[in-house]
Design a protein around this ligand. Structure first.
Ligand SMILES: CC(C)(CO)[C@@H](O)C(=O)NCCC(=O)O
Ligand code: NA
Length: 556
């Protein structure tokens, strides 16, 4: 029998475990919603209760951007293209150090209630509203992907109707408010890896197959920014991606602000590092073992439809009733923790940045009612987005990274412009944001239309793997060898989207600020500028630094 036509199925034990875990999540969510949820979106919750320790904060920081997308997407990426993606782990270093020592001190000391309040303090109300709307757009599109993927997995293994499951996921998510399942993810991953290694014939056999199959990537130092994944795109481009996610994204900033002290907030950011590395390493190893286990078999149809990892897990765990159910429950809980923090931040920014400034005297009861209506509204909006991402049909990891870069990059640029350049003014910020968003949509939509950085499907054949990989690469490079002008612009690696658009926002913002009459130092609200230039130009005499407006005291 052709092994690639195994039937995926749940046993009774799987259904039971899945139901119990989802039920427990739901119960915890309901409990929190009924007992303490009323304060959740109000000013009091964020300002008076700044009382969180660093362990729960760091756990929820990790959970925010680890969803089913990472669990399913990263092993599939390694299986197809080799271990190059692992180098994004190098980007985690600066990607977390700078948020910890630059973004957190500025934002924490200003005693904000949302990240976008910063934009009003530094620039103006209009910049704040534009920043908030951009964030809402990013989050709603990303949520579409997060809701869709676990439902898609459950559909693949149980045959439950896809859109019914998407709907149920969406509904459960609006109730579920705690993170869960991180430990369970790790343990099921370990089980999958152990069975996979055993079935392939031991670690040395796994190594031989992935080596001969060309899946152990060397350090690719090609400086070409249109190469999808190289050391530079991942380790440097990844830094900007991390800044936009861990430095200025509302989900994370909300957690930093809820910390007891600034030190605790910084410590929790540090604690994210080893966990992210562990998650990345586990996913990479899983991708390699998946390759070794299936080399010689053609799974390209499954790969193209994002089903490969689910199939692999089910295949490895089928003799262990209950574990497949646990894995799918993990996918759900990983997604739910992401979705709940996104919904929470959507509700917060809508109340704090859009509604309350317009209606400052709204009663608490009214505000609570309104935030519930908002949750329902966003729930429906995200379901609609689930349909859009379903239509994109790309690798899910790629879709997520593109969204983070295209929309998160300009927001990061706005914060960098305000924090590092005292001369930037409000008109410059608006022009920069508009310019950055236009450029990122231009390159993003251009790349989707011309399909330059789309997935290249490889056949997993361990013997001819190397030559196949080379053949595919050379055929791709002949197509993309001399892309002229715009074509070359469209084929910019999506790993550079964050850095590129952030840079554009800063350049456009500064240019327009200088044309329209830059802010003078005394116009800038105290504590909103990080004295970066002062620190970088430490060798200049004090009075020149003063003249350059580099020294703006931070609030202590
Ligand atoms: C965002 C990073 C790079 C780091 O947190 C990684 O976790 C990732 O690729 N996440 C994909 C998005 C998701 O899991 O929803
Ligand atoms: Na998550």
């Amino acid at each position: 029998m052709d092994p690639s036509h195994h039937k995926l199925s749940f046993t009774v034990a799987d259904y039971a475990i899945f139901a119990v875990l989802l039920g427990a999540s739901l119960a915890i969510g309901l409990y929190h919603a009924l007992s303490g949820g009323r304060q959740r979106t109000t000013q009091e919750f964020l300002l008076a209760d700044r009382n969180m320790g660093c362990l729960p904060v760091s756990l929820s920081l990790i959970a925010s951007f680890q969803s089913a997308v990472a669990i399913i997407g990263i092993p599939a990426e390694i299986y197809t293209h080799g271990t190059q993606y692992w180098f994004i782990g190098c980007g985690y270093i600066l990607g977390l150090l700078v948020p910890a020592h630059v973004f957190i001190p500025v934002l924490y000391r200003l005693k904000l209630s949302s990240a976008y309040e910063y934009l009003e303090l530094r620039f103006s109300k209009t910049v704040r509203i534009c920043g908030t709307l951009t964030f809402i757009f990013q989050t709603v599109v990303y949520m579409g992907l997060c809701i869709y993927l676990p439902a898609f997995a459950l559909n693949a293994v149980t045959g439950f109707k896809l859109w019914g499951t998407v709907l149920v996921t969406g509904l459960v998510c609006t109730l579920y408010t705690t993170l869960g399942g991180l430990k369970a993810v790790i343990w099921t991953d370990v089980a999958v890896i152990a069975v996979g290694v055993y079935q392939t014939g031991g670690p040395s056999e796994v190594w031989r197959k992935v080596w001969e199959g060309g899946r152990i990537s060397g350090l690719d130092l090609n400086p070409d920014p249109t190469e999808r994944h190289t050391f530079w795109t991942l380790a440097l481009g990844g830094v900007f991606l991390m800044w936009s996610l861990y430095g200025v994204n509302q989900s994370q900033v909300q957690r930093y602000l809820s910390s007891r002290t600034e030190r605790e907030a910084i410590r929790s950011c540090y604690m994210v590092f080893p966990s992210l590395q562990l998650a990345l390493a586990l996913s990479c190893v899983m991708g390699l073992i998946m390759f070794a286990r299936y080399c010689g078999e053609d799974h390209s149809d499954r790969l193209a439809s994002n089903k490969m990892v689910i199939y692999f897990v089910m295949d490895m765990l089928q003799g262990l009733p209950g574990l497949p159910g646990l894995f799918v429950a993990c996918l759900f809980s990983a997604a739910l923790s992401t979705i709940s923090s996104a919904f929470n931040s959507l509700a917060t920014v809508t109340m704090e940045d859009l509604i309350k400034p317009q209606f400052p005297s709204m009663s608490e009861r009214r505000a609570t009612l309104l935030s519930k209506a908002l949750a329902a509204f966003y729930g429906l909006l995200c379901l609609a987005m689930a349909y859009v991402t379903h239509l994109m049909g790309d690798s899910v990891l790629q879709v997520a990274l593109k969204i983070f870069g295209m929309v998160g990059g300009p927001i990061l640029g706005l914060f960098c412009l305000g924090m590092f350049f005292p001369w930037a003014n409000s008109i410059g910020a608006l022009a920069g944001l508009a310019g950055g968003l236009s450029l990122s949509f231009w390159v993003g939509i251009g790349s989707i239309v011309t399909r330059t950085s789309g997935p290249r499907t490889l056949v997993s054949d361990c013997r001819s793997g190397l030559s196949l990989t080379n053949a595919t690469i050379s055929s791709v490079t002949t197509v993309a060898l001399r892309p002229s002008g715009l074509q070359r612009f469209y084929s910019l690696s999506y790993m550079w989207y964050s850095g590129f658009t952030c840079f554009c926002v800063v350049v456009i913002g500064l240019t327009v600020s200088f044309i329209t009459g830059a802010f003078r130092k005394q116009d800038v609200a105290p504590g909103t500028v990080f004295p970066l230039l002062g620190k970088l130009l430490f060798f200049l005499p004090e009075h020149i630094k003063q003249k350059l407006c580099c020294v703006t005291p931070m609030v202590s």
